[in-house]
Design a protein around this ligand. Structure first.
Ligand SMILES: [Zn+2]
Length: 331
């Protein structure tokens, strides 16, 4: 018997998949909750060094290689109904979304527990970018009686150890009529199982939750939010990166390892201008040579409901107590 972290239902069926992580040597089991439709992995233990090292594309954050707004946060600028307010970006990474929101007129604060990414965000021009875990930041804000009108968490929900603690911390920081916005991968996208085998992005200990539209709606409803969900349409930059992983992920990783540092996984590996330019040229070459196939893959992802879900929601009732949450939202 396993307790569903989304709705507290006792999942009695056995795990539906097993996964052995080569990076940690740990075994994980996937469970499905028939009550709220969530898929979750056990055990869930975040390793911050996993993020601070140059693994799974985080070298792009640390070495400031990303220049355009990620596709999963683009819908915010199309669909969000307000153009200003105090916005907290949780897990803001290299600050691309935070900077754009700042430019658009929001009063932005960004936090991330990965110091190296926060440094990149500051270099990028995010005025208030801080190295904090969400738990530490809640304590700081409580002491200062600080709350936010909007809290964003793009590609963050799937990384959590404890969903209930995460959403309760978000509530602590949100004004009573506040908004949440975010995104998470669509577990039913095309080629999901193939990419999970190849790149390690969507498996533990990186991702602990696989979300569907239904499980997202149920989880947020159970915690007092009504959300709207839109498909986040992937861009060519992301699909060509995907394709390169399919074709020769290990070779490219070796090349990047040589360019960045002899010790690729060290978080403090600084790179000079020349090495930065070489890495950047590799990205342009990838986009150029894989453009036609990347375009086809984009159409395939879009037709399968989008690579990720973008959601935005309004809090309905802050007074829902924890014990009643699990029952109310699940259908
Ligand atoms: Zn559940």
């Amino acid at each position: 018997m396993t307790l569903c972290p989304g709705c507290r239902y006792e999942v009695t069926s056995s795990s539906i998949r097993k996964f052995s992580s080569s990076s940690t040597g740990r075994d994980f089991q996937l469970y499905y909750c028939s009550r709220c439709d969530l898929m979750f992995w056990e055990p869930r233990i975040i390793d911050p060094h996993f993020y601070s090292g140059n693994k799974l594309g985080y070298e792009e954050f640390h070495c400031n290689l990303r220049k355009s707004l990620p596709f999963n946060s683009k819908p915010f600028f199309d669909f969000f109904p307000h153009k200003n307010g105090r916005l907290l970006d949780v897990g803001g990474g290299d600050g691309l979304f935070a900077r754009k929101a700042q430019e658009m007129g929001f009063e932005v604060t960004m936090i991330d527990f990965d110091e190296k990414s926060v440094k990149t965000a500051r270099k990028r021009g995010v005025d208030k970018a801080f190295t904090y875990s969400l738990e530490e930041f809640v304590l700081t804000c409580k002491a200062r009686r600080l709350r936010f009108d909007i809290i964003s968490f793009f590609e963050v929900l799937e990384h959590q150890e404890d969903l209930e603690s995460f959403i309760n911390n978000i509530k602590e920081l949100l004004v009573p009529d506040g908004w949440i916005v975010g995104s998470t991968p669509n577990r039913d996208r095309i080629c999901a199982n193939l990419t999970r085998k190849l790149d390690g992005q969507d498996t533990p200990p990186h991702h602990f939750f696989w979300w569907s539209k239904k499980s997202l709606r149920n989880f947020f409803a159970a915690h007092g939010f009504h959300i709207d969900i839109f498909p986040a349409k992937i861009d060519i930059d992301a699909t060509t990166a995907n394709l390169l992983d399919f074709i020769s992920g290990k070779v490219v990783r070796k090349i990047k390892e040589r360019i960045i540092s002899h010790n690729f996984d060290q978080p403090d590996a600084e790179i000079g201008r020349t090495r930065h330019s070489i890495l950047f040229s590799m990205k342009y070459a990838r986009r150029f040579f894989l453009f036609p196939a990347g375009l086809l893959l984009k159409f395939a992802y879009d037709r399968s409901g989008g690579f990720s879900f973008y959601f935005q929601g309004h809090i309905n009732d802050l007074n829902l107590i924890q014990d009643s949450l699990s029952v109310k939202g699940c259908k």
